[in-house]
Design a protein around this ligand. Sequence first.
Ligand code: 2RA
Length: 347
Amino acid sequence: MLRTAVVGATGAVGRELLALLTRPGMPPIRLSPVASARSAGVDIGARIGLDAQIEPVRALNDVDFATMDLVFFAAGAEVSRQVAEKAAAAGCLVIDNSSAFRAREGVPLTVPQVNPESLRHRPESNIIANPNCSTIQLVRALHPIHRLATLRRVFVSTYQAASGGGLRGLAELADDSRSVLDGRADLAPGRFGPPLAFDLVPQIGLLDDHGAAHEERKLRSEPRKIMGLPDLRVDATAVRVPVFHCHSEAVHVDLERPVSAAEAEDALAATDGIRLYRSGDDPACPSPRTVEESGADRALVHVGRVRVDESQPGSLAMWVVADNLWVGAAYNAVDIMRTALDHGWLG
Ligand code: 2RA
């Protein structure tokens, strides 16, 4: 029985982790949802409609990590910085969804479809970092293109959903949208800074001295580590958009050698975990969309609009969509767990 804790169990990513870890086909798991003291005792399983019975929420301070084998952290960087290393020191394998340890030497930053070699050995730190949501879908789309024609430079503009701001972000977008439609214009700043409803917020995170936002710095540093390309040039613009779920990305790459759109589409179509929308396949929907009603498989990266920039030989553009709570967080973290189980690291 895999004794597993999910820290941040009541948050947007934590809830998805609980749902994934209780799906049929999972290994036998004794699942302990963990959150702040104010959530202690909450039947989170019932609240989110899980079929499986799980324990009530435990307060973080009441958890004895010596009784756990695996701990997922999805409670933000501050909690991870305060607690994850204690859990690791107690012998747990920690899969951390925050930015706290992603750049640290000795901590793998892993997307199993892209850099499985990062998990060749159990890290001495006992910590494995889950990359940022917008990074995961980007590198899963870049990987086959890099193998085909070697990346020289990446330009990416992201269109990030409100669920990237957690349950609070989702609630604010819904409430503010209703307010606008009811004719109220007195929207207050909130989770994203300015109100997001019917607007765009072209900044995600604080700006550095060069004017790059925190999210944009992640989109440069994390692919370099994951893809083993320390000098990869990445120019990113991250925008929050009034969409509830799924991040979308306009990706433009310069390559070492020219490829045709058809070659690139074939490489993408042959890649596990990618659903390619070939140009002309479905005139009604030639490109992936974000709405859940599209029936998109939440575990896949959806790629469309693949095309060559005629004005720039050796370039390629594509549109990349993925569910940021699944592909961008919970599903990748559970994939890491599966890899650890396959390696026999978890009993
Ligand atoms: C966002 N990628 O979308 C960040 C954190 N989830 O807000």
